[in-house]
Design a protein around this ligand. Structure first.
Ligand code: 5GP
Ligand code: ZN
Length: 312
């Protein structure tokens, strides 16, 4: 975990490292000094754009409103999502300098001395976004129309999970299709969305299966939260094999939130009850990595049916 991403010295036979190294040698990803943080090549990004277009085509059939969200989230929104209670280890906070000439001189002095200049910063009004859909909810405070609303929300997310596994990035793209409104419709959106996702993955030549899942809740309390999430089947994931002999990787998740967001953000259905929500989250970077792992590192050689499903 502690070795830098470009250290190619060891762990022969580690399938995560092998794929990581192949992607970098092929020029598809560019390593940085931090694990799980990459530059992307144009070829890689063409696949990302094609997947985004694929999700967009589905969202259009639902008459969803499209919102491209920034990679940072209002701190007030973050606080209302209760993310810190469940995933304190994954979050990232943005700190800013708002000092004067005197504190600036001290800042520079500390930088040049290799000292603790961060201590002179203070929390900014934003944190790094952990899930694309979080940005949506404060936009919806108030009463929804009958039947609720659908949105397509696309943006970069951050989670502090350094790993050599190229499918576990710290900064990655998430493209979600979200329903906000009534409980039954939320459940239906989640279940239908997952079926659509599985069908699209199959067209891309990725064998995927839906399995019940839980979020990686933090700590001892988290164990109970994970168990009840699993038991109530609030989270399902489409998993696909990327690494032979290893656990399959979640490339899409489909989540029922109940009123977890409706309540704190004051979103009401047309009857005035706290809105329920559900999201189908496509991990676009993960699907991209899965495609390269499955079909090879040159998209021009991918099977015709995959190419036409993707680049149509
Ligand atoms: P969730 O909110 O369910 O944890 O994440 C939604 C989707 O984002 C996951 O199904 C997965 O495809 C993608 N995702 C989650 N964590 C990571 C990660 O560390 N790296 C990448 N590339 N994608 C991730
Ligand atoms: Zn979501």
């Amino acid at each position: 975990m502690s070795e830098p991403a470009h250290d190619r010295s060891a762990v022969v036979g580690d399938p995560h490292r092998e794929l990581h190294d192949r992607l970098i040698e092929a020029g598809l990803l560019f390593a940085t000094p931090v694990q799980g943080l990459y530059g992307r090549s144009e070829t890689y990004q063409e696949v990302v754009r094609a997947l985004d277009a694929m999700v967009h085509r589905w969202a259009l059939t639902l008459e969803a409103t499209t919102i491209h969200v920034p990679p940072v989230l209002a701190r007030s929104t973050f606080d209302a999502t209760n993310y810190l209670q469940s995933f304190p280890d994954l979050m990232g906070s943005v700190h800013i300098f708002s000092g004067n000439d005197r504190t600036h001189a001290e800042l520079v002095r500390r930088v040049e001395a290799g000292g603790d200049w961060q201590a002179l910063l203070e929390p900014g009004e934003v944190v790094l976004s952990s899930a694309a859909c979080h940005a949506l909810y404060p936009m919806l405070s108030g009463r929804l129309p009958a039947g609720g609303r659908r949105f397509e929300v696309n943006g970069l997310c951050f989670r502090h999970e350094p790993s050599v596994d190229p499918a576990r990035m710290q900064s990655f793209s998430m493209h979600e299709v979200v329903y906000v409104g009534d409980p039954d419709d939320a459940q239906q959106h989640r279940d239908r969305g997952l079926r659509v996702a599985l069908a699209r993955l199959a067209e891309l030549g990725l064998e995927a299966e839906a399995v019940p899942a839980n979020d990686p809740f933090f700590g001892r309390l988290g164990t109970a939260l994970a168990a009840s999430q699993l038991e109530e089947e609030l989270k399902l994931e489409a998993v696909t094999p990327i690494f032979a002999g290893r656990e399959r990787t979640a490339v899409v998740s489909a989540n029922c939130h109940r009123d977890h967001f409706g309540q704190p953000f004051g979103i009401e259905n047309d009857a005035g009850a706290p809105a329920h929500s559900a999201c189908v989250a496509f991990g676009v970077d993960r699907i991209t990595i899965a495609l390269f792992a499955r079909h090879g590192l040159d998209p021009s050689t991918w099977p015709n049916e995959v190419r036409s499903a993707l680049f149509s």
